[in-house]
Design a protein around this ligand. Structure first.
Ligand SMILES: Nc1ncnc2c1ncn2[C@@H]1O[C@H](COP(=O)(O)OP(=O)(O)O)[C@@H](O)[C@H]1O
Ligand SMILES: [Mg+2]
Length: 430
């Protein structure tokens, strides 16, 4: 489909679609597009093409995609002013942090700042702290990339390094997110940048979210803090952050809100991207350091054989794997075995700890983060099996380098890389 749009108007395209400007000139979040580049808009995403000189677009629309003309620019004036403030920043390198609820325009604002700064020949890095809707790096990670040329979608960037958090929501991993962001920020600073744009997750409401965001600001010490607000959702956060002088900017009215389901689908596209060409690898457990897992945390350390024997006696069986932790006892049994309730109660009474029974096979599908011996992030994988007898892990991953550290996530994926709900949290023993 071809479409000609007058200067001053904006063509809004909802993906999945691809757009090429065959004549004239348009701008997407500060990226000037002409005949040279074809822009792909993913499903669930929307891009505004601001027409600078009368332009003809060649548009390919996928299922449920849409292209629509509007009269004005959809980039808020406050974004333009924000860029000017950033450019005048007295400190360099300058750390610019962006806060806002889900679907407020955080990613788009970061893209806009990056492109406009690149047009001014600045050295720019993006540190992506939105683990649930990550633009750079696999879902459930935070990651960064230096951007060398203007882009329409941060998703097309390749992560230079990442930090695996292993969960989609920061509410259950706020310390880990902060730790990762601090670490990666330092790494970017060591490499040298004029501007570091830090994107954050959309968890902004409620006491826990506010405390977490306050900590994040305190630890990352941004030189400039932007907050994108739709209505009044940031009110409390902004009051609490007053001493960091946040700059309030508008959320574009043309924004596309996504349902929870849509955000999950977008994440699944992310898993797919990072698990493409994955193969199964079998790795001996004693070659590996296992992190993020209570189950394996004591692996290779001294075990009280006498105590284990007593517990097996009470259970009436020898399990595949057994681990006594501070507050609970984890017992792994074969797929077709079972332990009767009274035996479990006997152990609980004797040890004064809760017994968690895992069945072999329950580990299948867990998302894992993989690192080499120098703690460089290699990629993600899916745990296929823990071979408790032969002491091997089987992991589906495209990673080819030598894996030394496996970080166990708390997300499970099926064979088509769709997220599946995980068992009750208190029983999550991995
Ligand atoms: N000015 C705008 N005009 C049209 N669409 C926009 C505009 N700003 C953002 N969008 C679209 O709205 C959706 C949500 O914005 P996004 O930046 O991804 O939000 P967030 O990162 O806060 O979740 C995206 O598909 C984005 O491309
Ligand atoms: Mg985003």
């Amino acid at each position: 489909m071809n479409r000609t749009v007058d200067a001053g108007k904006t063509l809004i395209v909802d993906g999945p679609a691809s757009v090429m400007v065959s004549s004239g000139l348009a701008e997407v979040f500060g990226l000037l597009t002409d005949q040279k580049n074809k822009i792909v808009i993913r499903e669930g995403k929307r891009l505004p093409f601001v027409v600078k000189q009368e332009a003809t677009f060649e548009i390919l629309l996928g299922e449920n995609a849409n292209a629509e003309e509007v009269d004005s620019d959809t980039i808020p004036k406050s974004w333009i002013m924000a860029f000017e403030k950033v450019l005048k920043s007295k400190t360099q390198p300058a750390v610019i942090m962006v806060l806002g609820a889900v679907d407020s325009g955080k990613t788009s604002f970061c893209t806009y700042l990056v492109n406009r700064l690149l047009n001014m020949e600045k050295k720019v890095a993006v540190l992506d702290g939105d683990l649930g809707q990550s633009d750079i790096g696999p879902p459930c990670t935070i990651a960064y990339a230096f951007v060398t040329k203007p882009i329409a979608d941060l998703f097309s960037l390749e992560a230079e390094n990442a930090f695996f958090v292993g969960i989609t929501s920061p509410s259950k991993a706020s310390e880990k997110v902060i730790e990762g962001l601090v670490l990666l920020k330092k790494e970017i600073l060591d490499k040298g940048a004029d501007f570091i744009i830090v994107n954050t997750d959309g968890w902004v409401e409620g006491e826990d979210a506010i405390n977490y965001k306050v900590q994040l600001v305190k630890k990352l010490k941004p030189d400039m803090l932007f907050a994108i607000q739709q209505s009044v959702e940031l009110q409390h956060l902004l009051q609490t952050l007053e001493s960091s002088t946040p700059i309030l900017i508008k959320s574009p009215s043309a924004i596309k809100q996504r349902s929870r389901e849509k955000r999950k689908t977008l994440r699944e596209l992310g898993y797919m991207k990072y698990l493409k060409n994955a193969k199964v690898q079998s790795i001996p457990l004693n070659w590996l350091k296992i992190e993020g897992s209570e189950l394996f945390s004591l692996y290779r350390t001294y075990e009280d054989v006498q105590r284990a024997r007593e517990i097996y006696g009470l259970l009436g069986m020898k399990p595949l794997f057994f681990r006594e932790q501070k507050e609970k006892i984890v017992v792994v049994i074969g797929r077709n075995r079972w332990i009767d309730k009274s035996s479990i109660e006997k152990v609980e009474e004797y040890t004064k700890k809760k017994v968690v029974v895992l069945r072999k096979g329950e580990e299948e599908g867990l998302l894992v983060g993989l690192y080499n011996a120098n703690k460089n992030f290699l990629g993600i994988g899916i745990l296929q099996e823990v071979d408790y007898r032969r002491k091997f892990l089987k992991i589906l991953t495209p990673v080819s380098g030598e894996i030394s550290v496996v970080n166990m996530g708390k997300v499970k994926l099926d064979r088509k890389f769709k997220e599946i709900p995980i068992i009750a949290e208190e029983d999550f023993a991995f």
